[in-house]
Design a protein around this ligand. Sequence first.
Ligand SMILES: Nc1ncnc2c1ncn2[C@@H]1O[C@H](COP(=O)(O)OP(=O)(O)OP(=O)(O)O)[C@@H](O)[C@H]1O
Length: 258
Amino acid sequence: MIQPYAEPPSPGIDRSATNASVLAVSGLSVRFQGLAAISDVSLAVQRHEVFGLIGPNGAGKTTLVNCLTGFQRPSEGRITLGDADTTNWPAARFRERGVARTFQAGRLFKDMTVAENVEVTATGLGLGLRSARQHARAMLAWIGLADKAHWHAGALAYTDQRRLGIARALVLSPAFVLLDEPAAGMSDAECEDLMVLVASIPQTFTCGVLLIEHNMRVVMGISQRIHVLDGGRTIAEGTPDEIQKHEAVLAAYLGMEA
Ligand SMILES: Nc1ncnc2c1ncn2[C@@H]1O[C@H](COP(=O)(O)OP(=O)(O)OP(=O)(O)O)[C@@H](O)[C@H]1O
């Protein structure tokens, strides 16, 4: 079982990239050659919470995360980080200003070591090599990969590769982290560890989490609020209890009659 530290892993980290307490979209639409991937979606992630984003395959979850991190320009609508209008920011600027993400496919440098994978993110954000190494070491200790720091990332078990992706996203303490299906392919026991880890992020890092996840036990177990998309549209938002009873969610997401 992962035992997250009560304190942030890198004391002295520069948290000044943003003091925004909300990451939000309003009236967001994305069209791909006539296909409406997202239609008029509004939501706001608070810095102190785990905010779940669920919906059937093709609902528009990844497209929304791509917009929130500068990987996709919306066709309409506005994206804000606190008071800043970030709608047209490029991806690198989102990360520099404290909005980080993981990818479904991992995107690790598999021929580099585990430590180098984290260091390269930190140097990319402007740290010198020595400082980047310190941050990487602290982060790997926190996430439970310190003993594998010198392994090639490609040699890690699948679940550890997912955790390394989270370590890379969290280095330099972003204000928000967007996790795209972190539990995919994990066993029940691995999901338990992941739940403890993700649930601890808001308090440990003062970092809001947007969690895309198909595993209902994980998303219902650790989200304070959940937003549900279907066919690119919002069909519900509420607490896990409210969402589990919501007729439109049962009908659309779980394939049951309302
Ligand atoms: N670059 C693109 N070009 C064209 N269509 C796209 C593109 N990206 C996504 N889509 C389409 O937009 C819709 C939403 O896709 P998206 O990947 O955001 O859904 P999702 O909810 O993340 O799905 P999943 O749970 O399967 O990952 C789908 O119909 C998808 O085929």
